[in-house]
Design a protein around this ligand. Structure first.
Ligand code: URA
Ligand code: SF4
Length: 211
């Protein structure tokens, strides 16, 4: 299972996006509506990596446009990010779900699905030249830093990107990675205000790196 054979060599972002529409690198394409690739300009100074598209994203074909996306937009604004300088993508490009009656219930992608989809993320990161990469939640953190990543342990820290011992994905400048919680975790939290405050706090750590 891998997207590798679907990723065109030497492609720009538009070519990459169109190629991803036809990806059959794992079985997730079969039940989803469409590939959800990314939003934002190739010149972005900040790359935000989520988990996978949700129900709304799957229908609209754009990442982070549902409830978690609205919360994320508000948190990014509060943390001081310029929306024109962010590029938003996901570790996995198709919506994974199970049916409960008529409803589609989000399923966390498996490690094998995340691995299969990694060539897209790697291709994106090699085209972009971010100063800061933000990992939103455990799935993004694992995709970017490996299986030992723990969001509770690393959130709000400034880590070197790419991690030591990993090949440079083709960047042109030194970058940092800041992990934080996923915006959906804020929506699920018992104390939403506290969880939201924590997300904004971590995002401010990332925003200060751009100043
Ligand atoms: N959650 C994600 O991780 N990504 C999206 O695009 C939407 C919700
Ligand atoms: Fe390809 Fe990723 Fe979709 Fe799987 S989830 S089919 S690897 S784009």
């Amino acid at each position: 299972m891998s997207a590798a054979e679907f990723v065109p060599a030497g492609a720009d972002l538009d070519v990459l996006r169109r190629a991803a529409d036809g990806c059959r690198g794992c079985h997730l394409y079969a039940n989803a509506t469409q590939t959800v690739f990314s939003k934002g300009p190739v010149t972005a100074r900040v790359v935000l990596v989520g988990e996978q598209p949700g129900d709304v994203e799957d229908r609209r074909g754009e990442p982070f446009v549902g409830p978690a996306g609205k919360l994320l937009d508000r948190a990014l604004d509060e943390a001081g990010f310029d929306p024109n300088e962010t590029y938003t993508t996901n570790a996995v490009k198709h919506f994974s779900f199970r049916m409960s009656g008529q409803r589609r219930i989000h399923q966390t992608p498996t490690a094998a699905e995340v691995d299969a989809c990694k060539p897209w993320l790697a291709a994106e990161l090699s085209l972009l030249d971010p100063e800061v990469v933000v990992a939103l939640g455990a799935t993004a953190g694992k995709a970017l830093l490996g299986p030992s990543f723990r969001v509770t342990k690393s959130r709000g820290a400034v880590l070197p990107w790419p991690p030591e011992g990993e090949p440079d994905p083709g960047r042109h400048q030194a970058a940092s990675l800041v992990p934080t919680i996923h915006p959906s975790a804020v929506l699920r939290a018992d104390n939403r205000d506290e969880a939201y405050g924590g997300l904004v706090h971590d995002l401010r750590v990332a925003a200060r790196l751009l100043a």
